[in-house]
Design a protein around this ligand. Structure first.
Ligand code: MSP
Length: 510
């Protein structure tokens, strides 16, 4: 079974900002988690390159849209590498392959008699690339997200018969697991209950897009085009690369992770388009919250973005990943605050987890000839039980995409083990030879806990977890599956420990 997961395809009006990094990190950690479980994963990301917004950005820069897209798309790929995003497919909607799939798909929708010519009138937000529902009638109607004036449109467009799918869409969105989180589901159900209206899928007076066959002056509406990127991504660079091949290789998507701003497109328009083409809808659409700064959505148009490059250089990707994944419940908004960020990284990663590992491996090296203790009795039942409960809860949370709660389980376990170490004070016990067995027992249990912590951190903090396991001599050292490695007691006895190095440096306040 393949597990297919997608980020949205990001507009290339600028290089990635922290909001796009956020969505991509979430998907990355889910993709890594599924791979650790042994599933075959297709992790799709990419860029949405067409439409008026991009055409205008290129024209402001006085370069062709294609050169602009080449430049920004390259910066997305480079950025995702820097953030160690483990994507399998990166789709560009200006690629020939994508355009071919859009055409194939369009023919299917025509066959279903779902396309007709009509007149589109209404207020348009170029930032959202979307007609807005009911702005007041003043010429200064503004987009609530972008705070920019809407533009009036009155033009001949091709329409998609969304209204025909009212019943089927109602069934889909009412399914138990289709839309998450639950609060967002109600918004969509409300919207659909007012009656679905057909929507236009082509634009005139816009060159930067895929030409609609038999309608020379029309290009496909950027959303109709971009959503199909999720399908074209699957067969890109494959020898078999038709629409059908994509479907066979990895459709339906298991989960689209997107921001709450684009839930309607994914939960309503997209499933209806797929139904029209006889293709299964995605299994789940998860609309996460916004990263805010002082309560405002972070975005280029609002000029309040935090530059991810600066965060990356200053703090490294693992610190940012931990903050975003552990501190924000997937679905809720999260405010980025510098002080809180520094506190969390120092407390959780440097002190609670990092010091635990360094202290215990230093003690073990010092007292046991640079090795793990040689100690037959490996089981402190309290710690072992806590570890097993942690693992069970962690797995259950991850299955539900509650990465924050899964991360907190790891942290709680690390706190518990720190307490155990402090309560038992092996540094005092070691002063008397008769306590040597007890000391061995304590150190073994703490080191073994660190191994479990390292394993559990793997999908969340790929580098830091690897450093933890390297320090225990336990990185990729056998062929056991990840789940098998989570069994208690696998840290070998009397085993050489490398010299400890801090796994993360403490951060300073600005
Ligand atoms: N191109 C469309 C998506 C097409 S998908 C077929 C688009 N692109 S976007 O670049 O404007 O935004 C995409 C996504 O970026 C949002 O849905 C969200 O996932 C992420 N974010 C953008 N700003 C964000 C925040 N401030 N906070 C969190 N995520 C945000 O819409």
């Amino acid at each position: 079974m393949t597990f297919t997961i997608t980020t949205p395809l990001y507009y290339v009006n600028d290089k990635p900002h922290l909001g796009s990094v956020y969505t991509t990190i979430i998907c990355d950690s889910i993709a890594r988690y599924k791979r650790l479980l042994g599933e075959k994963v297709i992790f799709i990301t990419g860029v949405d390159e067409h439409g008026l917004k991009i055409q205008r950005t290129a024209s402001e820069k006085k370069i062709s849209p294609q050169s602009h897209c080449d430049e920004v798309s390259y910066s997305f790929i480079e950025n995702w590498k820097k953030w160690e995003i483990s994507f399998d497919k990166f789709i560009r909607t200006s690629s020939k392959h994508h355009s071919k799939i859009v055409n194939e798909f369009y023919q299917k929708v025509i066959k279903s008699d779902d396309i007709y010519m009509g007149i589109q009138k209404g207020w348009y937000c170029v930032g959202c690339e979307e007609f807005k529902d009911n702005p007041d009638n003043s010429p200064l109607a503004q987009c609530p997200i972008h705070k920019k004036n809407l533009e009036w449109r009155d033009e001949e467009n091709l329409f998609f018969r969304l209204s025909k799918y009212q019943k089927q869409i109602e069934e889909i969105i009412n399914k138990e697991d289709f839309i998450e989180p639950k609060e967002r589901k109600n918004e969509i159900i409300n919207f659909v209950s007012k009656g679905l209206k057909d929507f236009s899928i082509s634009r005139t007076n816009l060159d930067w897009g895929i030409k609609v066959p038999d309608h020379n002056s029309h290009t496909f509406y950027v959303w109709f085009d971009a959503l199909l990127g999720y399908i074209s991504a699957i067969s890109m660079e494959e020898s078999k690369n038709t629409l059908e091949d994509s479907i066979v290789m990895g459709w339906p998507v298991n989960i689209h992770i997107i921001g709450k701003d684009i839930l309607r497109f994914h939960a309503i328009y997209w499933p209806a388009m797929l139904l029209s083409a006889g293709i299964s809808p995605p299994k789940k659409v998860f609309g996460h919250g916004f990263l805010t700064r002082e309560g405002q959505k972070m975005g280029k148009s609002l000029g309040n973005i935090l530059d991810p490059d600066i965060l990356l250089t200053k703090y490294g990707s693992e610190a940012v990943r931990w903050y975003l994944l552990k501190d924000i419940a997937l679905g809720n908004d999260g405010d980025f605050q510098n002080k809180r960020f520094v506190d969390i990284i120092n407390n959780d990663l440097a002190n609670t987890i990092g010091n635990l590992l360094n202290r215990s491996s230093s003690m073990s090296r010092k007292w046991f000839n640079n090795k793990t203790p040689n100690q037959e009795d490996k089981n402190n039942s309290k710690i072992k039980d806590y570890a097993n409960k942690t693992i069970d809860k962690y797995l259950a949370f991850f299955e539900k995409y509650k990465i924050d709660l899964a991360s907190n389980e790891i942290l709680k376990f690390a706190i518990f083990v720190n307490l155990y170490l402090n309560d038992n004070q092996p540094w005092t016990l070691i002063k008397d030879d008769k306590n040597i067995q007890d000391v061995k027992f304590i150190i073994y249990n703490v080191l073994e806990s660190c191994r479990i912590i390292g394993l559990l951190l793997q999908p969340i903090l790929p580098n830091l977890s690897c450093n933890i396991l390297i320090q225990l001599g336990q990185f990729n050292n056998d062929n056991k599956s990840w789940k098998e490695k989570l069994n208690w007691g696998l840290l070998p006895l009397n085993y050489e420990l490398p010299e400890p190095k801090p796994i993360i440096s403490k951060l300073d306040y600005d």
